[in-house]
Design a protein around this ligand. Structure first.
Ligand SMILES: [Zn+2]
Length: 494
C-alpha cells in the first residue's frame, strides 16, 4: 500500500474538490485524506507540493511514427540548400538514410545522387506530405521523376520501399516514444501503428513485450487492411492485458485540407473542386459492414464538412453494436446540421486542438467560403458530444499542455490572433479532453478521475492548471508521471 502525500490532488469530478493525500494499492486508488488516516503504508511518496491530476491520455497519435521521428536526423533548423547538403554528407554512413523536417529549398535527386546512389536517401518535407529522394529510391519504388520530389501516393510508395525494421529496432522506437510521452505527463495513448510497420502480429507482439517493463496504457486502432490478421489471431477486442487494448477499425474517408483533398461542401477557392473521397461510398460501406460483421466499431479519418456529414449518415444506416461507439478522427470543419446528426449517434470525436494554432489562418484561405463551424469545441460540448484530446503526433508535439492551451486560447501560431472566440473552452473542460473524455473509448469506467476504485495513473505538475498564469502551460512544468502506481518519470533536480 502506498501513500502519496504533500500534494494537491484534483479529482476532476468538479472544479473545486482537492485533497492533500491519497492512498493506492495494487494499482488502484483506495481513498483520500481522512478516510485513509488509520492505514499502514509500505511506501510514502512526497509529492513536493505538486498538483496531481488523473493521468493524461493522448486519444490519437502514432506511437511508432513519433518514436521514429525522434530517432531520425531532423533538419527542421536548416533552411539553406548548401547547409543541408553539407549536413547530409556529414551524417551519411554508407547505409539507408531517412531525414525528417526538411524545409523545401530546391534540392533535387541530382544533389542527393552526388552524395550517394548506393543506398536510399529520403528527405521528408516538413509539411509531412512530400519527399525528396535519390535515384536509388526511384528505381526501388518504380517511380519516374525528373526532380526526385514526390507527393502523396508516390511519396507513400517511396516510403514503403525503405528497408523494413527488425523487431529489435521497432522496440527501440517504441521505447523512445513512450519515454518521451512520460516526460510530457502522458500515461496512455490511442495509436494507429498496426499497418505501417512489421505487420499486425509482430507489431502487437512488440507492444506486449515492451509494455511488460515500461508501463503505459496503449490502445491500438486496427487499420482496415489488418482486420483479417486480427480475426486470424483470435485475439479479443479491447483488453489484451492491463496495459494493452486493440481498438476500433481505422479507415479513411477523405484527404487533407493542405492538399485540397478534404471533401468540402463548398469548392476550394478559385476552383470548382470540392476535394475527394479516398474510396467510393460503396467501398466504404463494404468496409463498415465487414467491421460490423465482427462486432467492431470504426474509427474514421474525416476532415471536410461534407465528408463528416456523409460519414455520419452512413454510420446511422449501419449502426455499431449496442454499448459500443464509433470514433471520428479530426472533424475540424462542420455544418450545423451535422451536429444534430451526431447527437443521434453513439460516437466520440478525436480532436486535435493544436491543429487550430498550426492551420489557421492559412487553411481558411484555401476555401471559397468559411465553413459554418470551425473547430467548434464549445458547440460540441454543449450538445453533449464526447471530444477526446489528441496531438496526432508526429504531426504535432504530443504535449497535452499545448493542446489544452490551444483549446482555451484558440490563438494562431502564425499571427497570434484568436479565432472564433465563442468556441473557446474553459480550463476545466479543456483539461477534461485529455482525462475523462480521452478514456471514453477504452470502455473502462474507472479511468479519468482521481476517485476510489479508479486506476492510479497520475500526471503531476508544478502549478495548479486551473488557476496558474496560462503562459506557464508553455513551460516544462511536469513534475512526475505515474502509471499503475509506478513512477515512470520524475523531474531531475540539478
Ligand atoms: Zn493520425
Amino acid at each position: 500500500m502506498k501513500l502519496w502525500t504533500n500534494g494537491f490532488f484534483h479529482t476532476m469530478e468538479d472544479q473545486t474538490t482537492v485533497y492533500t493525500q491519497m492512498a493506492t494499492q495494487d494499482g488502484i486508488i483506495i481513498g483520500f485524506d481522512d478516510e485513509i488516516k488509520e492505514l499502514a503504508f509500505d511506501e510514502i511518496i512526497d509529492m513536493n507540493q505538486g498538483h496531481v491530476y488523473p493521468g493524461f491520455v493522448d486519444a490519437h497519435l502514432h506511437l511508432l511514427g513519433y518514436g521514429q521521428k525522434l530517432l531520425r536526423p531532423n533538419f527542421s533548423h536548416l533552411k539553406k540548400k548548401n547547409q543541408i547538403i553539407k549536413e547530409i554528407k556529414k551524417i551519411y554512413s554508407d547505409a539507408p538514410l531517412f531525414v525528417e523536417g526538411y524545409f523545401e529549398c530546391g534540392l533535387t535527386k541530382d544533389d542527393l545522387n552526388a552524395i550517394s546512389n548506393e543506398h536510399p536517401i529520403l528527405l521528408r518535407h516538413n509539411d509531412y506530405h512530400s519527399l525528396t529522394v535519390n535515384d536509388f529510391v526511384l528505381t526501388q519504388a518504380k517511380i519516374k521523376s525528373l526532380s526526385g520530389v514526390l507527393t502523396e501516393d508516390e511519396a507513400q510508395k517511396a516510403i514503403d520501399s525503405f528497408p523494413k525494421y527488425t523487431k529489435e529496432k521497432i522496440q527501440e522506437i517504441l521505447i523512445e516514444s513512450i519515454q518521451s510521452l512520460h516526460q510530457y505527463g502522458i500515461t496512455g495513448g490511442h495509436s494507429d501503428d498496426l499497418y505501417y510497420f512489421n505487420g499486425f502480429d509482430e507489431t502487437v507482439f512488440v507492444f506486449e513485450k515492451t509494455l511488460e517493463t515500461l508501463p503505459f496504457r496503449a490502445h491500438l486502432l486496427m487499420h482496415h487492411l489488418t482486420l483479417n490478421d486480427f480475426i486470424k489471431s483470435k485475439r479479443p477486442f479491447l483488453d489484451q492485458n492491463k496495459y494493452l487494448q486493440l481498438g476500433a477499425v481505422k479507415m479513411f474517408y477523405d484527404g487533407t485540407l493542405s492538399s485540397k483533398t478534404a471533401w468540402m461542401k463548398k469548392p476550394y477557392k478559385n476552383t470548382d473542386e470540392f476535394g475527394l473521397k479516398v474510396q467510393t461510398d460503396q467501398q466504404f460501406v463494404k468496409m463498415i459492414k465487414k467491421a460490423r460483421k465482427h462486432h467492431l466499431p470504426v474509427a474514421v479519418h474525416v476532415i471536410g464538412d461534407q465528408a463528416t456529414e456523409d460519414v455520419c449518415q452512413l454510420l446511422e444506416k449501419y449502426p455499431v453494436d449496442e454499448g459500443l461507439h464509433d470514433r471520428l478522427i479530426h472533424t475540424p470543419w462542420l455544418a450545423k446540421s451535422t451536429i444534430d446528426l451526431m447527437k443521434k449517434l453513439p460516437i466520440s470525436l478525436d480532436i486535435q486542438p493544436q491543429f487550430l494554432s498550426s492551420d489557421l489562418p492559412w487553411a481558411l484561405q484555401y476555401l471559397s467560403e468559411t465553413p459554418e463551424l470551425c473547430f467548434p469545441w464549445k458547440t460540441l460540448k454543449e450538445n453533449g458530444i464526447n471530444q477526446a484530446g489528441s496531438s496526432d503526433a508526429p504531426v504535432e508535439i504530443p504535449n497535452p499542455l499545448l493542446g489544452i492551451y490551444a483549446a482555451i486560447e484558440r490563438k494562431s501560431d502564425h499571427d497570434g490572433k484568436t479565432y472564433f472566440e465563442s468556441e473557446k473552452l474553459n480550463r476545466f473542460d479543456a483539461i477534461s479532453l485529455y482525462t475523462i473524455n480521452a478514456n471514453y473509448s477504452t470502455q473502462h469506467l474507472n479511468r479519468g478521475y482521481l476517485k476510489s476504485g479508479y486506476i492510479a495513473d497520475l500526471s503531476v505538475f508544478t502549478y495548479d492548471l486551473l488557476t496558474t498564469d496560462i503562459e506557464n502551460y508553455k513551460k516544462d512544468i511536469v513534475e512526475m508521471t505515474v502509471v499503475d502506481e509506478q513512477i515512470v518519470y520524475r523531474k531531475q533536480f540539478v
